[in-house]
Design a protein around this ligand. Structure first.
Ligand code: TYM
Length: 338
């Protein structure tokens, strides 16, 4: 048994994940990550963070960033995360993240970071601000993870490359310093691991997309959700089925499947002889009903700053306890004087 477990968690495996507070979270965030976070909280000892330090790798207006951190905290609670079961915290409240990130950076190669597709994409998009933080982003993410010695990291498939780098860094340091870190396993859902844009289904659904019809926010109103699904780009075929060149329909089948629990075959049978219009309407309605209670809870919670504060402060205390033990162990083994 490693030494980072506490009494209540002794028999449970540990989970860690995080989400950036950049803009409104999307249906992609929900199906690719948050929905799984919720389903894991009974079985595992879960740590979930609002990764605010990651958000400033691109420029943020201070007032917007502050509002987005609050809204992300409120959303985590609204989707069903229970602070009695899971530790919910804000990354910048636990100093060990930036401390370990520096250390890991000294064991990460320039070439490794240069190969990260997210870095390449973001530096193309923000060519006037290719800063050190953007480049070193994966070492901060590795610190977020390794500090908590988790068994699993539930993420969408776009984070797989970052997770592989995290495992490589941990493995490298374990070989040098004798078992510093547990090597975490990615936990990527089989369905909806990469929810695609509704306007260009060859691209990931992203909150930074300027086309408002390309993505669905978790807190979108029913009318907006229906409009976005009705306008979803599909193809010139008419049959609702998985197929090559049918990226739009494949994406809608994935979304419908993740929400209803039906398999692709069941969905194909359900829409046999019906057109794309009927199918898009059904997907829209399923999404509306899934997100309705979340939005309603969110609207109440976002007004209750003192409750949000209570949750993230107590979360930070629990996170700090675990994280500081790991970082102290690392510093000691590397030869620092404590
Ligand atoms: P972020 O904030 O972009 O996304 C949060 C989670 O949502 C998933 N996701 C998606 N899944 C399916 N389809 C999509 N279209 C989609 N868009 C986003 C992401 O895969 C992610 O799981 N670097 C991370 C945040 C982070 C983190 C960590 C994650 C910081 N530290 C430690 C895990 C562990 C990020 O930018 O995710």
């Amino acid at each position: 048994m490693n030494d980072i477990t506490n009494n209540t968690a002794e028999i449970k495996k540990r989970v860690l994940s995080a989400v950036q507070p950049s803009g409104m979270l999307t249906l992609g965030n929900y199906l690719g990550a948050l929905k799984n976070w919720v389903s894991m909280q009974d079985e595992y000892d879960c740590f979930y963070a609002v990764a605010d330090l990651h958000a400033i790798t691109v420029r943020q207006k201070p007032a917007d960033l502050r509002a987005q951190i609050y809204s992300t905290c409120a959303l985590l609670l609204s989707v069903g995360l229970d602070p009695q079961k899971s530790t919910l915290f804000i990354q910048s409240h636990v100093g060990a993240h930036t401390k370990l990130s520096w250390v890991l950076g000294c064991y990460t190669q320039f070439g490794e970071l240069s190969r990260m597709t997210q870095f390449k994409d973001k530096s193309a998009k923000h060519a006037d601000n290719i800063n050190l933080g953007l480049f070193a982003y994966p070492t901060l993410m590795a610190a977020d993870i390794l500090l908590y010695q988790p068994d699993y990291v539930p993420v969408g498939s776009d984070q797989k490359q970052h997770l592989e780098l995290c495992r490589d860094i941990a493995d490298r340091m374990n070989n040098l310093y004798d078992n510093l870190f547990k090597i975490p396993e990615p936990f990527i859902p089989k369905i909806a691991a990469r929810v695609m844009s509704l306007q260009d289904p060859t691209k990931k659904m992203s909150k930074s997309d300027e086309n408002i019809n390309a993505w669905v926010a978790i807190v979108d109103k029913p009318d907006d959700i229906m409009r976005k699904f009705k306008r979803a780009v599909t193809d010139s075929d008419t049959k609702v089925c998985i197929g090559e060149g049918k990226d739009g329909i494949n994406n809608l089948i994935g979304i419908y499947s993740a929400i209803t629990g039906k398999t692709a075959e069941q969905i194909e049978a359900e829409f046999e002889g019906k057109g794309y219009g009927d199918f898009k309407k059904a997907v829209g309605e399923a999404v509306v009903e899934e997100l309705r209670p979340i939005r309603e809870t969110y609207e109440k919670l976002i007004k209750d700053k003192s409750y949000l504060e209570e949750v993230y402060k107590s979360g930070a205390q629990k996170a700090e306890y675990v994280a500081s033990r790991t970082v102290n162990k690392v510093m000691k083994k590397l030869g620092f004087v404590l």
